[in-house]
Design a protein around this ligand. Structure first.
Ligand SMILES: [Zn+2]
Length: 345
């Protein structure tokens, strides 16, 4: 178990997550195509939300720390104003909005419990992966802005800003060198990484497309949100799904707040570096080089620094205790036994 998993488990132990898993399991109302579904009202009850506001097409819960809106026949969840793509569309029967149990356990639960995080007690190893390099330029903008150079600059800046006595930051490449996907994730493996963040710049034929996307793995058996892929392979990386959505949320939210960019959502894709990562991992597309306004921004050092600042703050948010929650050093034996006591997920 790495330190971030320990951190996540510490959160869950404190919040009696075992009870929530049992409760959510008991609320399964139907299963279609081997996907277990639960009534969304049961989620509201579990987390003590007041009764939701419901229309024919959506349902909104508003709690002390969290507002979330589910839309019928859609994978789009709006969580505290951030767009998060679910693994499976929400559906509706005569009485209830229905949600995949995997989404309840691996997206909703980790996001709600983020405000109860306890922070880290040990040194954290963060791998920053600037995409592309060498002969692989990545995306090229209409005015020739080059993805591999932009992301290397952002990555170097994140390393400078994030590194501190408790956080060690390693780059997969320090200069314009070519790296295979295996070499990238091997860096994470060799350093026993706790967090892996791959940085990219987007491109699209539609030159109007703009904004920020963050990616995590789809759940086992669930489709990606990109392209027409119906790939539904399982992956060992799925064991990090809860921690990856927390990491994605913290970083994605901070980039949007800092840049004012359009929110294209936290999405799911089996990108090589995500599938092979030995720890919680995200891939962030920090803007569209194919959009002339965003290309112009991305060529400015100040804007790249803003993005680097945001990625840094996002990671720091994840590993810092929530207000009013003290760091508690829990013996590993206790953490392990609490994990063992949880029902299989
Ligand atoms: Zn790229």
């Amino acid at each position: 178990m790495n330190k971030l998993e320990t951190f996540v488990i510490a959160i869950r132990h404190a919040c009696e997550v075992s009870a929530s898993i049992i409760l959510l399991s008991s609320c399964v109302v139907m299963a279609t195509s081997s996907i277990d579904l639960i009534a969304i009202r049961n989620i509201g009850a579990r987390y003590d939300f007041p009764p939701p506001k419901q229309t024919s097409s959506n349902v909104t819960f508003t709690g002390k720390f969290t507002t979330m809106t589910f839309e019928s026949d859609s994978r789009k969840l709006i969580f505290n104003k951030i767009l998060v793509w679910l693994n499976e569309p929400v559906t509706k029967n005569t009485q209830d909005f229905l949600l995949a149990q995997y989404d309840a356990n691996k997206i909703i639960d980790p996001l709600i419990r983020l405000n109860q995080r306890r922070g880290i007690t040990n040194n954290l190893v963060v791998i920053i992966d600037p995409g592309h390099g060498g002969k692989d330029n990545g995306a090229i903008g209409p005015r020739k802005a080059c993805e591999k150079k932009i992301v290397l600059d952002i990555a170097n800046s994140v390393k400078r800003k994030l590194e501190c006595p408790k956080i060690s930051v390693k780059l997969t490449r320090k200069w314009d060198s070519a790296l295979s996907r295996t070499e990238r994730t091997n860096v994470a493996r060799n350093y026993k990484a706790d967090i892996f963040v791959s940085i990219h710049i987007n491109s699209a034929r539609n030159t109007e497309a703009s904004g920020v996307e963050s990616y995590i793995m789809p759940g086992p058996g669930f489709p990606s949100t990109v392209g027409n892929t119906t790939d539904n392979k399982n992956s060992p990386a799925n064991k990090f799904d809860s921690a990856s959505i927390q990491l994605a949320y913290c970083v994605h939210r901070q980039i949007l707040e800092s840049t004012g960019a359009i929110d294209r959502g936290i999405r799911h894709a089996r990108f090589d570096v995500l599938q092979d990562a030995p720890c919680p991992a995200i891939l962030v597309e920090c803007g569209f080089v194919s959009n002339s306004a965003e290309e112009s921004n991305l060529t400015k050092k100040k804007y790249r620094e803003t993005i680097a600042d945001a990625i840094t703050k996002g990671i720091q948010t994840l590993v810092t205790p929530a207000p009013g929650v003290a760091i508690i050093s829990t013996p590993s034996t206790v953490i392990n036994s609490s994990l063992a006591a949880q029902p299989a997920k």
